[in-house]
Each structure stands twice: as structure tokens, then as C-alpha cells.
Design a protein around this ligand. Structure first.
Ligand code: NAP
Ligand code: HSE
Length: 428
């Protein structure tokens, strides 16, 4: 198996996610790009620190020169954060002909122009999917799948900390300071929350979104920025009463020549898809002149979601570098299950004659067919027939169908009025 060697700058939250994904998903990665991706050196600040990843000690270094001078390293992955020395290391890596992946929104928002210019002049790739909305693949979608559009509008909840705070304030009617304190105690918010609550983090991300969406240079300093520290529970109450949610939105609009770029708390109609994006989740709503409205939703931070975006960029570089357009080898043989083997929950509405004992008879037929019930509701009374509604626990489709046949044989059962499969959004 041919290998591509990478140098990891940083082994904190994101670096450890990258390490874990490369290890856990090794087979999928080989299948997707045809190469094994191997971390051959890891730069950290403190070589003595205890780490919760199983990378061998000999990979670690605190000297960037070890990575820069290693000709075997093709791709440098900057997940250390901060402006310097991250900027210097990225530029030097490019000078040495290495491709670079970065998650560093502050650096790209402030120094992107210089880095993009260097990558162009050196003929190396620079990808930074993780810098905006963590695990959500929004930048590659704008760059590739939406390349045939003029993006007219991009509007996002791109900061998880502030979305968590606003969601909690709205649900519990509590004030900003107490939610922030609780979020800090739980480790959701930084001890110095300024970058998040004052909108700096969102402004960095909007700058990057704007550059890609509107195809122009955008200075971070030209983005209007206002945080959420002034939002009071009463504002949220009024918003609700008027049919709105309050969200910290990063908004970019192409007004046909002029561009609007602003981050601020925003009233957004409750029926707008962004209004229901809660807790730490991120979402980006985008309008293209060909595709229309689109929305991307997911986790904007954390080791694995952010690592997912970084590893995706690494694979993208491996494929582009080697002109790999399609990998066809060694896909697993997987068969589609017959429908009767499907397992899910069911909503079943049965019309019955309202006679004593009918519920017991139906329940026993479910039991006989190994279908466990989670709830039962009876609708209607004093009519000759009434609805009995059952929600099952996870059950096998084949058992459900057999139970239906058995239930239809009960004298008081008039009909199975409806059977609807229930998806809770996650496999249980
Ligand atoms: P982190 O947990 O603080 O980790 C930073 C890592 O970089 C640590 O391993 C640290 O070494 C190393 N490092 C820092 N400065 C260094 C220096 N001067 N020389 C050598 N090594 C240095 O940071 P993170 O949360 O992973 O974030 C990394 C980047 O990803 C940032 O740009 C951040 O904005 C971006 N990002 C993070 C998330 C997230 O969920 N955390 C999401 C999206 C984007 P030690 O371990 O020895 O201290
Ligand atoms: N502080 C950021 C947030 C983390 O709260 O969304 C990822 O950029």
C-alpha cells in the first residue's frame, strides 16, 4: 500500500480527532483515495504533556524544522491555532512545496490573502474546510458543487457557544450571565468567552464564507460585528410573542455589486429553518441564483466533527495531487436487506368496535408476534367504532405484518386504518 505522509502541527482537540479518524477509518480512507495516510511527525508545544491519544512518543517534536526539512512529508496539517507562528509555518511549508490544510479561521480571515497568493505562486494546495462550521462541508460545496451559481446570500449560525447560550435563554427564561457561567462550568464555553460572545469568531467565519461565496477579497475589518451580551430574557420574550427567535447570525448578501457583511443578534421568523437550529449546532443557509435555497446543518466544533473536515481536505489533496477521479477497487459486497428484516418503530391506527376486552385481545396478538408496545391511545367514544392508536418499540417488519394479519382476525377489529413507520432521526 502506497503511503502519503503528513506532518501534524498541533495535537489538541482537533489534532487528536484527526489522529483518531485516520486510525479508525483507515480502510475507508484507503478505499476513498487509494493511499494510506500516515502521520509521520507531530509538532506540539509541550513534549511532556499527558495526551489521550495513542500516538507513539517518537512522532512528537517541538521543533518545526523537523517537519519542514522532512522531504517525505507532502502535506502539513495546521491545527495549532493562533496567528504566529502558524502563519510563518504555513508559508514556509508552501515554500518547501508542501500542500497545507488548516482549521485556523482567525488566521485565514486575517491573512488569507497572503496565504492564497503563496499557495498559487508555489503551485501547492491550501484547503481549510474545518475553519467554518467545523464538520459541515459548506466550503467545498460552495467551491465545487455550487460553482455554477452566483451566490446571492449566505446566512449562518456559525458559533456554537452563542447558539447554546441563546437556546438556553429562550427555553428557560434565564439571563445571559447565568447561562454563560453554566456553559463555562460544563466546559462548553471558553474561560475567556470574548471571541465567541462578542461575535469575533463568527466574523472570522463570515469573512471566509464571503470570500468564497462572492468571489472577492474581503477584509475582516470591513465586517460589521456585534455580540450577544446585551440580549435580555425580555427581548427573547418579545421576540417569541411577535413570532421570532433571536439568533446570532453571520450574514453576507450580494446586492448586485455591493456586498453586505454583518454579524449581529437577529430576529428571525420562527418558521425560518434557521430558527429551529438549537444548542451547539451550526447551520448555514445559502441562496444561489440557480440552485435557490439550501441549508447545511451539523456540528460546528469538537474533535471528531472538526477532524472529519480536516481529513476530508487531506484526502482531497491526495486525490488531486495524484489525479484520482474515481476509486473503483475493492468495494465491500453489501446486500440490501429484504423489507421484512427492517427494524423500526411503528404507529398503527386500528378501528375497532368499542367493546370491553378488545384492547387486551389486540395486545396479546402483538405480544405473540414479539412486538413490544410503547404507548396506546384511544380516540373517540360513544360511536360504534373507535380508533386505537399504538406506538411500538423497535420491531421487525416481518413480525409487524404477521401481527397485523392476526389482529385482523379479531372479530371486533374493523380495519387497520393506517400503519406508519417512525424514524426518530437516530438508530437506537
Ligand atoms: P488546542 O486544543 O488548543 O490545541 C492546540 C495544539 O497546538 C496543542 O497540541 C498545542 O501543543 C499545539 N501548539 C499550539 N501552539 C504551538 C506552538 N507555538 N508550537 C507548537 N505547538 C503548538 O486547539 P484546538 O481546539 O485543537 O484548535 C486548533 C485550531 O482549530 C484552531 O485554529 C481553532 O480555531 C480551529 N478549530 C477548532 C475547533 C474545535 O472544535 N476545537 C473547531 C474548528 C476549528 P500542546 O498540546 O503541547 O499545548
Ligand atoms: N468557539 C467556536 C464555537 C468553536 O463556539 O462555535 C469552533 O469554531
Amino acid at each position: 500500500m502506497e503511503k502519503v505522509k503528513i506532518g501534524l502541527l498541533g495535537m489538541g482537540t482537533v489534532g487528536s480527532g484527526v489522529w483518531k479518524i485516520l486510525k479508525t477509518n483507515r480502510d475507508e480512507i484507503i478505499r476513498n483515495c487509494g493511499y494510506e495516510i500516515e502521520v509521520s511527525k507531530i509538532l506540539v508545544k509541550d513534549l511532556g504533556k499527558q495526551r489521550d491519544v495513542d500516538a507513539p512518543d517518537e512522532l512528537y517534536t517541538d521543533d518545526f524544522e523537523d517537519i519542514l526539512s522532512d522531504d517525505g512529508i507532502d502535506i502539513v496539517v495546521e491545527v495549532m491555532g493562533g496567528i504566529e507562528p502558524a502563519r510563518e509555518y504555513i508559508l514556509k511549508s508552501m515554500d518547501a512545496g508542501k500542500h497545507v490544510v488548516s482549521a485556523n479561521k482567525a488566521l485565514i480571515a486575517d491573512h488569507g490573502k497572503e496565504i492564497f497568493k503563496k499557495s498559487k505562486s508555489k503551485g501547492v494546495m491550501f484547503l481549510y474546510e474545518a475553519s467554518v462550521a467545523g464538520g459541515i462541508p459548506v466550503l467545498s460545496s460552495i467551491r465545487e458543487s455550487l460553482a455554477g451559481n452566483r451566490v446571492e446570500e449566505v446566512m449562518g449560525i456559525v458559533n456554537g457557544t452563542t447558539n447554546y447560550i441563546l437556546t438556553k435563554m429562550a427555553k428557560e427564561g434565564v439571563d445571559f450571565e447565568s447561562v454563560l457561567k453554566e456553559a463555562q462550568d460544563k466546559g462548553y464555553a471558553e474561560l475567556d468567552p470574548t471571541a465567541d460572545v462578542e461575535g469575533y469568531d463568527a466574523a472570522h467565519k463570515l469573512t471566509i464564507l464571503g470570500i468564497l461565496s462572492f468571489g472577492t477579497d474581503i477584509e475582516l475589518s470591513s465586517v460589521y460585528r456585534e455580540g450577544i451580551t446585551n440580549i435580555q430574557p425580555i427581548d427573547i420574550e418579545y421576540a417569541k410573542e411577535l413570532g421570532y427567535a433571536i439568533k446570532l447570525l453571520a450574514i453576507g448578501k450580494d446586492r448586485g455589486g455591493d456586498i453586505e457583511m454583518r454579524v449581529h443578534p437577529t430576529f428571525i421568523p420562527l418558521e425560518h429553518p434557521l430558527a429551529s437550529v438549537g444548542d451547539v449546532f451550526n447551520a448555514v443557509f445559502l441562496k444561489g441564483n440557480a440552485v435557490g435555497d439550501l441549508m447545511f446543518y451539523g456540528r460546528g466544533a469538537g474533535d471528531m466533527p472538526t477532524g472529519s473536515a480536516v481529513v476530508g481536505d487531506i484526502i482531497d489533496i491526495v486525490k488531486n495531487r495524484n489525479n484520482i477521479y474515481y476509486i473503483s477497487n475493492s468495494r465491500d459486497e453489501k446486500l440490501v436487506k429484504p423489507m421484512e428484516e427492517t427494524v423500526c418503530k411503528y404507529y398503527i391506527r386500528i378501528m375497532v368496535k368499542d367493546k370491553p376486552g378488545v384492547l387486551g385481545k389486540i395486545a396479546s396478538k402483538f405480544g405473540k408476534n414479539n412486538v413490544s408496545l410503547s404507548s396506546v391511545i384511544q380516540k373517540g367514544r360513544k360511536t360504534p367504532t373507535v380508533s386505537l392508536v399504538f406506538i411500538t418499540h423497535n420491531s421487525r417488519e416481518g413480525n409487524i405484518q404477521e401481527a397485523m394479519e392476526d389482529i385482523l382476525s379479531i372479530e371486533e377489529v374493523v380495519e387497520i386504518a393506517n400503519l406508519i413507520r417512525v424514524e426518530n432521526g437516530v438508530d437506537e
